[in-house]
Structure formats: structure tokens, C-alpha cells
Design a protein around this ligand. Structure first.
Ligand SMILES: *Cc1c(COP(=O)(O)O)cnc(C)c1O
Length: 496
């Protein structure tokens, strides 16, 4: 069965192949690509239980990206999930008193974005070959901290590509910033903006949709694509680790085949949890999808009231990758809930753009039942890091702590006895000061690597290799621009 991809804001007749959708990133009408129909996937756990991560990934990619050959997919997978991950399990499960943590932070940048961004460059260059594209692919990305670095790590020195990353100059952690400004690779460009992530993301979308600018670029043999989680080539690889987690739970004897498992996902742009939603939709026995937010709890309010309202204060928190008021991927869920109604989806997104809010109807609200949503305050997040450490001698980062705290709230509120897996999206070494503060009551005087050293000795673990390497890495990117000067910056970098 061939799976085609259509825009959430356009007719099914304009659907593209998977490789075309990956190359385009965003649909020309501003919508996001979604599968016209979900594939039928045979989740044969008798086999998957002993399969390595790469094989599970192949089963999922093969089902969704139907215009890629087996050889192409296996090639992409083997290049992506190799020794740059510090554990051969790629996505190991850690048992705790309350359930399990699914550790997605063993890639080169210590956050879960590596799970998809280590494979996207290969999917994209393979897609370019398949479609006889001779233009240079320019990856344009707004980052709240983790995407940018993971995308650059993936695309650095990949022939036929270049990458431009915008980050909010005061909205990322010290380690995140250092990781970005030290990025090597002749084709990588990093620009700080004097604004927040939503401004960066909104402007990137605008620049994408600027037809005149696109034409000017095309004349110079450049074509934009996106490494943000709006790209379907990021979403699909993320489905794999939910299936892999389920297989691991079976293997450990923690569940029986068919038992429902909940996943608690620390959510920002709604990409990670949407992958879980797709995993459930293709038949993985998932109970609740627990949507965990920090103090920027726009999604909590949406799931509990049916009203999405971004007109609210924006907070900078200790979980910066979730400091988001416009969750892009929610559009894909809205589209699904509306019964794949592109007209209605377009209207909701127009309302969001023009008035900052929209309300879904009762029918759509009823379909939100797959989800449970709540948030953790900064204090609750700190307390959770501390509690998990005391009870398990296990250190979690603030994003993971948000999901862990919300999972507890869920079990208390509902009495659900099913197993919950907390999706662990970053290494604690990526956010050392809030973690130290939570564990010892005292942050290190200097954030960044000095704080990491203090943390390492406090929890008695070695520094992860990617942090070690940061120590001596020179700063290579210093540019800062105003949010409204992003397009100019791009034109200058590309010489158009
Ligand atoms: C990106 C990110 C998130 C949020 O994931 P979404 O897919 O944007 O919802 C959570 N935690 C960390 C550490 C991240 O990097």
C-alpha cells in the first residue's frame, strides 16, 4: 500500500510521495504534511521482542515511507543509529519505583532530537537523489535549544546541503548555547535572535512561505527545507521508539502482549507526543497519552477546555525546550480530529494567527480522550528531580521531571493501575544548574561546564563524552540579529 502525504490545509488530490514531502518540509499552502491514510503495520512482537533498535526502526519507516527502497532505508538507518549513540540499545529503558523511563538522550547532543535528526539528513539526501533534485538544500530551522544543535550535528558537511539555525539568544541553556556556537562544518550557520522562540519559529514559517524570496533562491540554485518537527521525516522515525519501548517491556516481563501502557511525554511543539499518537493509531497498545507541560501550559488548557489561546504571558523556565506557546504539530492532531477536514483546519489556524485563539467543537473535544493533560510548576519540577533521585539514585533533567511529575498527578487523579513510561528527553548534564539546585539546594556559581563538573561529582557519574568535547571547542558563531532581520541574515549568508 503506497502512503501519500497531503497538506492539513489543502486537498487530498495534491498529495505527494513521502520523499517529496520530506524535501518540501512545509506544504506551499502553509499546512503540514500528514499521511492520507495510516499504513497497516503488522506489529509482530514475537519477533520484535528480540529485534535491535535498527530493525524496529526499519519496520516503521518501511510502512510509512513507501517510495524508499529497503536498501535505501536500511542504509539511512545504519548511518544514523551507529556508534554516535553511546549505548548500543539506542533507546534503553530504566526501571524506577513508579514505572520506567525511556532514555532518548544517548545521541551526540544529549537530547531526544537526535533520535530523528540523526536520520533526517540521510532521508533528505536520498529523497533528493530519488527526485533528481539538483539544487542545494538549505535547511532553515528555529530552535528552542535542542533542535538546532541536533540538526547541525546531523547535517554538518553533508554534501548538497547547508543549514541555518536561529535561536533565542537568552532563551536557551548555557550548555545548549555553547553546543551551538561551537558547531563545526563549513555548511553550518548559527544566528542568535534578540527575541523568543515563538518569534523565531513564526518568522521561519513566514520566510518559508515567501514566494518571491523562494524564487530568488531558486535562481541561485537553492531550495529551502525544514528540519523542524513540522517535517514528516522527523515525525516518522519518532514512532519507532514507542514500539521499541513496548517490545522492551515485553522482553523484561513487565507487561503481557496486548497490555496497555501509558506514555508521559514532556511536550513543547507537540512532535514527540504526536508520534506516540500515530503509534497508537497503527495499533500499539497505548492507554493514555499524557501531555505534560511546564508553566507555559497552553496545551493543558487546550485539552481541558477545548480552547487554544496563545494570548498569555510567556515564561522562561528551567525546561526551555518546552517554552512554547504555539505548538506547531498540534495542527496535525486538529486535522485528524476534524475528520481530515482541511477547510476547517485552515480556519482554525487562521484564527490562531489573527486573534491568537480558537475553540474546537464538541465532537472534536470528545476525540481528545486519548490524551490526559496537566502541567508542573517550576517548584514541582525541582521537587520531582529531588524525589526521583532520593528514591531511585537516578538523576533526571528538568524536562523529564515535568513528565514524571505529571505522570504522578495522572495516577493520583485517575487511580489508573496501568504501567506508565516517562519519556526522558534530555540528559541531566544538559541542564546542570537547575538539576544541582534541585539535588543540593545550591546551583554552581558558573553555569555550563563548571556546573556539569560539580554535578558529575555530586551524583558520582562521569561527564558524557559530548560535554567533555565542548571544553576545548572554540566559538565559531557570534552573529545576533533582531527577529525582523532574519530574512536579511539568510540572504547575506547565501549571497543572494
Ligand atoms: C524538543 C524537546 C521537548 C519537546 O518536544 P516536542 O516534540 O517539541 O513536543 C522536550 N524535551 C526536550 C529535552 C526537548 O529537546
Amino acid at each position: 500500500m503506497e502512503i501519500l502525504y497531503r497538506s492539513t490545509r489543502g486537498p487530498e488530490e495534491k498529495a505527494l510521495t513521502a520523499s517529496q514531502a520530506i524535501l518540501q518540509g512545509l506544504a506551499p499552502d502553509g499546512g503540514l504534511f500528514v499521511p492520507v491514510d495510516l499504513p497497516q503495520v503488522e506489529l509482530n512482537f514475537a519477533k520484535l521482542i528480540n529485534a535491535p533498535y535498527q530493525e524496529v526502526a526499519y519496520q516503521i519507516l518501511h510502512a510509512f515511507l513507501t517510495d524508499f527502497t529497503e536498501q535505501e532505508l536500511r542504509d539511512c538507518i545504519n548511518k544514523a543509529y551507529d556508534k554516535k549513540f553511546t549505548t548500543p540499545a539506542i533507546a534503553p529503558l530504566k526501571k524506577s519505583e513508579d514505572g520506567y523511563f525511556l532514555e532518548l538522550f544517548h545521541g551526540p547532543t544529549l537530547a531526544f532530537k537526535d533520535m530523528a535528526l540523526s536520520i533526517l539528513p540521510y532521508l533528505m539526501t536520498t529523497a533528493a537523489k530519488k527526485n533528481h533534485l539538483d539544487k542545494e538544500i538549505v535547511i532553515l530551522t528555529a530552535t528552542s535549544g535542542d533542535t538546532g544543535k541536533a540538526a547541525m550535528a546531523g547535517f554538518a558537511d553533508v554534501p548538497g546541503t547547508s543549514i541555518i539555525v536561529f535561536y533565542p539568544k537568552d532563551g536557551v541553556s548555557s550548555i545548549q548555547k555553547q553546543q551551538m556556537v561551537t558547531q563545526t562544518g563549513a555548511n553550518t550557520h548559527v544566528v542568535g535572535i534578540d527575541g523568543n522562540f515563538d518569534q523565531a519559529q513564526t518568522n521561519v514559517k513566514k520566510i518559508f512561505n515567501d514566494t518571491l524570496f523562494r524564487k530568488q533562491l531558486a535562481a541561485k540554485d537553492f531550495q529551502f527545507s525544514s528540519a523542524n518537527s513540522i517535517n514528516i521525516g522527523r515525525l516518522v522515525p519518532q514512532i519507532a521508539y514507542y514500539v521499541f519501548a513496548y517490545a522492551q517491556l515485553l522482553k523484561k516481563g513487565a507487561i503481557k502482549n496486548g497490555d496497555k501502557v501509558n506514555f508521559s511525554v514532556p511536550t513543547g511543539n507537540f512532535g514527540n507526543i504526536l508520534a506516540a499518537y500515530y503509534a497508537k493509531a497503527i495499533g500499539l497498545p497505548i492507554g493514555k497519552l499524557i501531555c505534560a507541560s511546564n508553566k507555559n501550559n497552553v496545551l493543558t488548557d487546550f485539552f481541558n477546555s477545548g480552547v487554544y489561546d496563545k494570548n498569555r504571558p510567556f515564561y522562561v523556565t528551567t525546561s526551555p525546550s518546552m517554552d512554547i506557546l504555539v505548538s506547531s504539530n498540534l495542527e496535525r492532531l486538529i486535522f485528524q480530529l476534524s475528520g481530515k477536514n482541511d477547510q476547517q483546519t485552515r480556519i482554525f489556524m487562521q484564527l490562531l494567527n489573527e486573534t491568537g485563539n480558537y475553540q474546537v467543537n464538541d465532537n472534536m473535544r470528545r476525540s481528545l480522550d486519548d490524551f490526559y493533560a496537566d502541567y508542573a510548576s517550576e517548584l514541582e519540577t525541582t521537587n520531582e528531580i529531588n524525589r526521583v533521585f532520593r528514591e531511585n539514585q537516578y538523576t533526571i533533567d528538568p524536562h523529564t521531571a515535568v513528565a514524571s511529575a505529571v505522570a504522578r498527578k495522572y495516577h493520583e487523579a485517575t487511580g489508573d493501575k496501568a504501567l506508565t513510561v516517562v519519556v526522558s528527553t534530555a540528559s541531566p548534564f544538559k541542564f546542570p544548574n537547575p538539576v544541582l539546585q534541585a539535588l543540593s539546594g545550591k546551583a554552581a556559581p558558573v553555569d555550563g561546564i563548571p556546573a556539569d563538573e560539580t554535578l558529575a561529582s555530586f551524583i558520582n557519574l562521569p561527564l558524557p563524552k559530548p560535554i567533555e568535547q565542548l571544553r576545548s571547542a572554540p566559538v565559531l558563531h557570534k552573529q545576533i540579529v533582531e527577529p525582523n532581520a532574519m530574512q536579511e541574515a539568510i540572504a547575506e549568508i547565501l549571497g543572494v
